[in-house]
Design a protein around this ligand. Structure first.
Ligand SMILES: [Zn+2]
Length: 252
C-alpha cells in the first residue's frame, strides 16, 4: 500500500521515531484533556501493511515508546511486548488505514463536550473557527454508537468517514485522520477547540459558521505544514517542561 519501501535499516529508524512520536502524541492528548482513560493513536509503518498502536490496558498518562504493538489491518499483533493485547477498537484503526492510503495516523478519543453535537437534533458540528477549514468537506456522524470491536464495525466507520478528515461516532467519540502523527495531534486539538467554541457560541445566540468565502480567504495564506511544525514544537516543549516527555525521545 505504501509506494516507497525503506531499507531494513531505515525502517528500523523510522519505526523507532514513530514509536516516540505516538507515545508523545498520546501523552499530550491526555495532558490536554482530550484522551483521558481511553482512546488511542496509531501510526502507519512505511513499507508494511501494519501500524503502531498502544496496548489495551496501558495508561494513556504513562505510555512509553516500547509499549507500542505492531498490528496488521485485521487487528492481529505482528510484534509486541509479551502478552499485551491491542485495544478492543483496534479495528477502527486497521480498517481506516486499509481504506485510506493517504492517511498515516489515526486518533480516536471520547471527548464528551465535542460529542454533545451528536446528542441533539438539528445542531450539526460545523467549522466556525479558522483552523476548522480542515473539515470543510464535512464532519460525518456515524450513527452506530457501538464499540468498534470487529472488522465489520471498523469497515462501517471507514465507509462513513469516506474521504473526509474526521468523523464523530454518535454518543461515543471522535475519529481524526491525518498525514502524520504530528498532524493528527494538531488536528485533534483544533477539532475540539472548534467544537468547544461552537458550544459556547450556541449558548449566546445564533451560530455564524464559516462561509465558503471565509474559508477560501483563510486558505490563501495558510501553510499547513508550517502550522503543524509550530504547534508540535509548542506541545512537545510543554511536555518536556512538565516532565511527561523524556528529553531523550527523538520526536522530530
Ligand atoms: Zn471509542
Amino acid at each position: 500500500m505504501n509506494v516507497a519501501v525503506p531499507s531494513p535499516a531505515n525502517r528500523e529508524a523510522i519505526e523507532a521515531k514513530l514509536r516516540q512520536q505516538v507515545a508523545a502524541c498520546t501523552l499530550i492528548l491526555n495532558d490536554e484533556g482530550l484522551m483521558g482513560y481511553s482512546g488511542h493513536v496509531s501510526a502507519r509503518l512505511p513499507g508494511e501493511d501494519a501500524y503502531l498502536i498502544q496496548p489495551i490496558d496501558t495508561s494513556r498518562a504513562g505510555l512509553k515508546p516500547d509499549d507500542l504493538l505492531v498490528c496488521d489491518y485485521d487487528g492481529r499483533v505482528l510484534r509486541g511486548n509479551g502478552k499485551s493485547k491491542p485495544p478492543a477498537e483496534v479495528f477502527l484503526h486497521g480498517e481506516i488505514l486499509r481504506a485510506r492510503p493517504d492517511v498515516n495516523s489515526v486518533a480516536h478519543f471520547h471527548h464528551d463536550l465535542t460529542n454533545v453535537f451528536t446528542l441533539v437534533e438539528g445542531v450539526d458540528l460545523r467549522p466556525i473557527k479558522n483552523h476548522a477549514i480542515r473539515w470543510r468537506s464535512g464532519i460525518p456522524v456515524h450513527e452506530d454508537p457501538s464499540h468498534v470491536s470487529d472488522s465489520g464495525l471498523g469497515r462501517a466507520v471507514a465507509e462513513t468517514l469516506g474521504s473526509h478528515h474526521a468523523l464523530q461516532i454518535r454518543a461515543h467519540g471522535q475519529v481524526i485522520v491525518a498525514e502524520s502523527v504530528e498532524a493528527v495531534l494538531i488536528d485533534s486539538v483544533h477539532f475540539v477547540e472548534n467544537a468547544v467554541a461552537m458550544y459556547h457560541a450556541a449558548a449566546l445566540g445564533k451560530v455564524r459558521a464559516l462561509s465558503e468565502a471565509d474559508m477560501d480567504a483563510f486558505a490563501v495564506a495558510f501553510k499547513r505544514q508550517r502550522h503543524i511544525d509550530k504547534l508540535w514544537e509548542y506541545y512537545v516543549g510543554r511536555g518536556r517542561t512538565k516532565g511527561f516527555i523524556a528529553d531523550a525521545w527523538d520526536v522530530g
